[in-house]
Write a protein that binds this ligand. Sequence first.
Ligand code: XMP
Length: 325
Amino acid sequence: NWTTGNVIEEQVAAIREQVGDKRAICGLSGGVDSAVAAALVQKAIGSQLTCVYVDHGLMRKGETEQVEKDFVAATGVQLKVVDAQDRFLKALAGVSDPEEKRKIIGREFIRVFEQAQAEIVAEARSGEDVAFLVQGTLYPDVVESGGGAGTANIKSHHNVGGLPEDLEFELVEPLRKLFKDEVRMVGQELGLPEEIVQRQPFPGPGLGIRIVGEVTRDRLDLLREADAIAREELTAAGLDRDIWQCPVVLLADVRSVGVQGDGRTYGHPIVLRPVSSEDAMTADWTRMPYDVLARISTRITNEVADVNRVVLDVTSKPPGTIEWE
Ligand code: XMP
């Protein structure tokens, strides 16, 4: 019979058997899947595991700290953090096209991750020792990648921890038989922080695809503030479980006229995109309480410089995708 305890016990034994006395590497994205996979492997082989977190500077407020501090505190995992913020900003300079941005972020991510991987291999007693790469692959991913109709490439999805072409590691995939809700239960049982276990979906390319226009440091800072306010109010209103996710988007190339105090402003709009969904394949816009929308709007326009308008996206998917890019 299925209990989280059984799943953990079973996987810990299987991981020990598979990895033996070798070493393993796991990329952490800040998301639920990689965190739970890493925690399981950590429980099984302890210090034989090294996790890598690439800080691309496109995360939301507090998310990097959640990985660096809370996740490490909860698991005792060995973590290598690579600060690659400047590198990503440089690579993204002057780029506005969504697909171009996605490709650049995916490419840079893999380069930085592979470099970190190479360093870990070099630091090990002998390179041979590092033989395993941990992936948070879930059951639906397994089924989906088994092929089938309708795999048209609408957006080039970039999954953090994406595999290099010339794979030189054997994969450890302890979540292959699990669905998302089961993964959350396992994570909870393993004592992971609530903020990580209950996290809503967030795209690998992060805020980079939530700035319509060029990605710059200032725009990222602005969007991070607006997003933090929206998340804070949604959580305070108890809506986290009703809403699948709520992208907050900065229309960086759009300006509109406003008035604040007794002065004219000429600022950017922020878009709220709350959606309800079962699997992100289709979605409907969430009929959110007006008073919560009002609070978010008031706070964002008051607290975030250069934003003078908040708009609500009332498009279902299809025809709109959940993300704007
Ligand atoms: P769209 O915008 O295609 O998004 O309706 C569907 C779901 O996927 C998430 N998303 C991504 N997740 N890497 C990811 O890991 C990506 O490149 C990516 N792009 C979109 C999006 O947040 C939504 O949950």
